[in-house]
Ligand binder design. Sequence first.
Ligand SMILES: Cc1cc2nc3c(=O)[nH]c(=O)nc-3n(C[C@H](O)[C@H](O)[C@H](O)COP(=O)(O)OP(=O)(O)OC[C@H]3O[C@@H](n4cnc5c(N)ncnc54)[C@H](O)[C@@H]3O)c2cc1C
Length: 382
Amino acid sequence: MAGSKVLVLGGGFGGVQAAISARATLDSSHEVTIVDRNRVPHLCGMNPLLIVGERDTDKTGRSLGRLANRGIKFVEANIDSIDTAGQKVETSAGTLDYDYLVIALGAAYDWDAVPGAKDAYSFYDFDYARHLRRRLSRLKRGKIVLAASKPPYKCPPAPLETAMIINWWARKKGIRKDIDISVYIPEHGPLGVAGKEASMRVRNALDQRGIELITQAGVTEVSANGREASFGDGSSTTADIIATVPVHKMPDIVEASGVSNGKPWVPVNKANLETSTKNVFAIGDVNVVPSGEFAIPKAGVFAAGQGTKVGEVIASRINESHEPEPYDGIGFCYMAYSGGRSATVGGEFLAEGGPDTVLSEPTVSGMKSKDRFERDWRSFKI
Ligand SMILES: Cc1cc2nc3c(=O)[nH]c(=O)nc-3n(C[C@H](O)[C@H](O)[C@H](O)COP(=O)(O)OP(=O)(O)OC[C@H]3O[C@@H](n4cnc5c(N)ncnc54)[C@H](O)[C@@H]3O)c2cc1C
């Protein structure tokens, strides 16, 4: 097909890899365009180390304008609506039409779902993380509460990892004996998605570090002064710093487009990530891909893998070549236990017979590999 237009909505993990992968096998008669409201998106995965001063705030982003070197057009604009019947998207920079659409808009945060959360601390967003970093740098003693509200949320290890990094940082600063750290999660146990054994090992790791873990206790409210939190199990606590994981939701414009068919996240064909509308794909945090009793976690590695697959699928349709192998659901996330050691958790989420996952031991080489992952992200390799 000559002169096709591939339009990718969102320049995060998924969107960038979809565009790169499609561009790799399409000739220059076809256009590949990415739209994002942020020219320089930040890597949320750096936030747990950023809040304790272990990452520079000016080294967490990548400029989407640099994709022009790879033949990908970048449009900096807010996306206002998606019309799949008319094959067009309304943006603050005008109307864009397409032949193939990739929705990679991620998960939105519903800060109002937990009263008080918006004005409390968080490490789930770059600006919140910078604010928390400033607060932590002044902290000498007191209680820190990290509290998730309800699943699904991005990177399920993140609250656990963040608690262990804060523990490491407080020890290094010599203030650990004056700091209490508690993590409240809504799930039955930590990291359930990785299986019972991994969950138990994470419990032990937190316990050994003197970090209190309270399960089945999603945060329901934070007081106006940000010093008291209430939880779904009826308990409450006071603390000096309360940092929440916001409630995640599908972006409103995706819901309004109808591609989710009234579901909370966009259902897709798990082999090629296509929605119920032909040539409209949804990848990464915005979709749901069932995996055993859970779903593929909302993590960048899966968004990137899905992006690569969708790029191949679109290119194969345009080039009229063979449809690629089905998406495999393979991915590993890093889970740092300190500023110097990291484990990985993940595996094959679409394996026959259910997810086949493993949590590795935290090692120094694991942290080096995490550092490499961050560098690779900044240079668009992932
Ligand atoms: C604290 C934390 C730690 C994490 N650690 C890891 C980790 O170690 N490993 C890992 O793999 N993942 C990690 N993640 C998860 C990872 O960041 C997300 O899963 C990943 O970013 C999802 O990719 P995506 O492409 O689906 O969406 P996103 O990366 O969220 O990209 C969506 C893009 O769409 C744009 N957008 C949205 N709406 C609009 C609109 N209306 N108009 C224009 N643009 C719009 C946004 O600006 C954004 O750039 C972590 C997340 C957090 C919060």
